[in-house]
Ligand binder design. Structure first.
Ligand SMILES: NC(=O)c1ccc[n+]([C@@H]2O[C@H](COP(=O)([O-])OP(=O)(O)OC[C@H]3O[C@@H](n4cnc5c(N)ncnc54)[C@H](OP(=O)(O)O)[C@@H]3O)[C@@H](O)[C@H]2O)c1
Length: 315
């Protein structure tokens, strides 16, 4: 990979100009990278639509953000990414209350769920929340994103390169062989693959105004494992947090902020920290393994996702 185009320090929010008049929609802002991303966008004058599953937590963080910034322009909408009816309701509310989307930032997630759980729709929970929830949200908000000449930003994970490294089409919901890491990794791989597949579909349709980016936050000190991981994972990650192999949540927000705001980014790249193991360090483009860009798998996944969710992409 060539030298970081943003210099030795990599991309930082100092590059973000005044965002007055721009609107960003983010899933999962009650903690971690989503909270930090919302905070930074608000500090630059943007309007932020925060899509969260827990209205009480959403209220609390709204107060925190407004105490910090009296001009914070926030719209709160409830969503449970793991329930398709809730995703559809949230999308309808976004379309009613927000008139432009400069970037939809698909950030919310659960991870390392210790035992196999199924969503209401019967999907393995990480696949249901992280992947199918965002697939439907993107499809329903696409017309407004297109009208706004906006972007879709997928927050993936280096987990895409763990586990099976492909989609388990013969047993998508892990009736056999469930492990928390393999199922999480599949959900994150699916998110990343569908971002590159969406780019391909937009290009085929001659629609170049909407940009789609895939990124990840490296290894960041957030609530992710505390919220959904097992006791062992919580202890392991708790110890990791003490090492230099992790970074503050704010730095974990930089890749998604870059993808949401920076001009002239290469859509085919994968963005995240470029330091040790891509867990920490200056933010920029870095290598992505070829299985994440396997077109045959991505096309099959896309068709399956349309059939499973029943949504129509108006591309
Ligand atoms: N931290 C890392 O090192 C790391 C590494 C690789 C990838 N990532 C990715 O980074 C992104 C942000 O995660 P984070 O580390 O900042 O974790 P986090 O602090 O746990 O934040 C996750 C957010 O997602 C929300 N969420 C969870 N389930 C939801 C649902 N069903 N519907 C709507 N929102 C839901 C959470 O809301 P609640 O408050 O309701 O739980 C929370 O706001 C995720 O996509 C994650 O996969 C993180």
């Amino acid at each position: 990979m060539s030298a970081n185009k943003f210099g030795k320090e990599g991309w930082t929010p100092n590059r973000i100009k005044d965002l007055s008049g721009k609107t960003f929609v983010i899933t999962g802002t009650t903690s971690g990278t989503g909270f930090e991303a919302a905070r930074i966008l608000l500090s630059k004058g943007a309007r932020v639509g925060m899509l969260n599953r827990n209205p009480q937590k959403a209220k609390e963080i709204t107060q925190i953000l407004q105490q910090e910034n009296s001009k914070a322009d926030i719209i709160n909408i409830q969503i449970d990414l793991g329930v398709q009816a809730s995703v559809k309701q949230a999308a309808a509310e976004v379309l009613q209350s927000i008139d432009r989307i400069d970037a939809l930032m698909c950030n919310g997630a659960i991870a390392q769920v210790p035992t196999r759980k199924l969503t209401k729709e019967g999907w393995e929970s990480q696949m249901g929340v992280n992947y199918f929830g965002h697939f439907t949200l993107q499809a329903l908000l696409y017309p407004l994103i297109e009208k706004s000449q906006g972007r879709i930003v997928t927050v993936g994970s280096l987990g895409y390169d763990m586990g099976l490294k492909t989609i388990k089409f013969d047993d998508l919901n892990w009736n056999e062989g469930y492990t928390p890491n393999n199922a999480y990794s599949q959900s994150k791989l699916a998110q990343i693959m569908s971002a590159y597949e969406l780019q391909r579909r937009l290009a085929l349709a001659g629609k170049t105004a909407v940009k789609v980016y895939a990124c990840h936050p490296g290894s960041s000190r957030t609530s992710l494992i505390k919220t959904s991981g097992s006791l062992l994972m919580r202890i392991t990650f708790g110890l990791m947090k003490l090492s230099p192999l992790t970074q503050p949540a704010e730095k974990g927000a930089y890749p998604e902020l870059m993808c949401a705001t920076e001009e002239d980014l290469d859509q085919t790249a994968f963005y995240g920290p470029t330091g040790r193991s891509n867990w920490v360090g200056p933010v920029g483009a870095h290598h992505i393994e070829s299985h994440a860009k396997d077109e045959a798998v991505a096309q099959r996944l896309w068709d399956l996702s349309v059939a499973e969710t029943g949504v129509t992409w108006n591309i």
